[in-house]
Design a protein around this ligand. Sequence first.
Ligand code: OVM
Length: 402
Amino acid sequence: MSVTIRPETIPVMADDPYSDENLTNPYPLFERMRAAGPAVWLEKYQVLAFAGFQECKEILDDYRTFISSAGVGPKDLHKEPAWRPQGILESDPPVHGPMRAAMAGVISPRGVRELRPAFEAFADELVSALIERGGFDGVTDLAELFPIRVFGDAVGIPREDREANLLPHGAMNFSAFGPDDERSREFFGKGEGTHEWVMHNCDRENLSPDGMGAKIWEFADRGEITADQAALLVRAMLSAGLDTTVFSIGNTLHSLAAHPEQWAQLHANPKLAKFAIDEALRYNSPFQSFFRTTGQDTTFRGIELPAGTKVVLFMGAANRDTKHWGENADEYIISRNAGGHLAFGMGIHQCVGQPISRLEMDVLFTALAKRVKSIELAGEPVPYLHNTLRGWKSLPVRITPA
Ligand code: OVM
C-alpha cells in the first residue's frame, strides 16, 4: 500500500488484526483501537484504520470522497491490476448505478416473496432430519447446506458441484479484501479453478430460464446494462450471496446455542427470529472489514488524507462500539434494537442481496424456533480463521424437539 499521510499525527499500533489470535477474538483489540482515537495507524500494514461506529458509517455514506473503484481491499486497483474483472462492488457512480438498479430489480423484497414456499419446504425437510438426529454440526449440516440448496436454486445454477466450487470460491474472493498474506494465498490456492466454474455458470445459456440469474440477463436484453455487466452481476450473486449467508446462519446459531435464555425467548415467540438474526449480525458480523480509497484530497476528523489514500473500516468493531450500542454492546440480547448495524454496510453499496439473505434466515430460524425446544453446544466450536469473514468451521450442537 502506498500512503503519504503523516502517521506521526495519529496513534500508531503495532498490533496485527489479522493474526490468528486477533482473528479468533478481535474484540479486545477493537476496543483498544477505539480507545486510542477516531483513527489508528496500523504499522504492520501502513494503513489508517477505523473501528468506531460513527466513523465507519460516515465514511461508508460518503461514496464521493471514499471511493470503491480503486478496490475495496488493500490493493489500489487504479495502480495495480485486479485478480478478476471489477464488478458492482468495486465501481463508483455513474458505472455503479445501472448495475445496482438491475440487481435491486431482481432481488427486491417483493421479487423474492415468491421464493418463500420453496425455502420453507426445504427448511422443514432439513429441520425434521436434524431433529431425528439430535446432534449435528451446525456448519456443515445446516449453515452450508441450506443456502447451497435454496439460494443456488433461486439463482438457477446446476445442483452438481455447488459446494465444491462456491464455498472455496467465496473464501478466495473475500481474501482479496484483506492483506495478501500466507492465509490469503492459501485460500487462493484452494480456490483454484472455482472462478472459471462460477463464470461458466454466469453465462445465459447455463442458467435456468426461471431463476434470478436469467432475470439479470433480461436487463441486458433491454439495453439497461451490457452483456459483460450481466455476467458480472450473476457472478456477484454467486460470490457475495453464499458464504455471507452461510456465515450469518452459523453465527446466529452459535449465538443462540451459547445463550440458552435467548433461545427460550425465541422459542416462546418465533416471530422474534428477525431480531435474533439482526442482533447476531451485529454481535459477530460475518463480514468484518472493507477498504475504501480517497478519490480526492480530503480531511476527516482533522486528519489530512491526500487523494489515493487507502483506509480500512472494521465494521465488526463498529458493531460493538459502546458509544453507539451502550455499555452492553458485548452482549447478545435479541430484544435489543440492533437496527442500523453495519454488517450489510451502509450507503450506495449497502448489500443489495439483503432481502433474499434475510428471507433464507427468517425461514430457517422460524422453523427451528417453532420445532426446537432447546439447543446447546455439544463440543468446542472451531473458529474459521479468515482475513475478512468471521464465523465457524465447526459447531457441534444438540437439539431437543418441542
Ligand atoms: C463480489 C462481491 C459483490 C458484492 C459484495 C461482496 C460482500 C462481494 O463480487 O465479490 O461482498
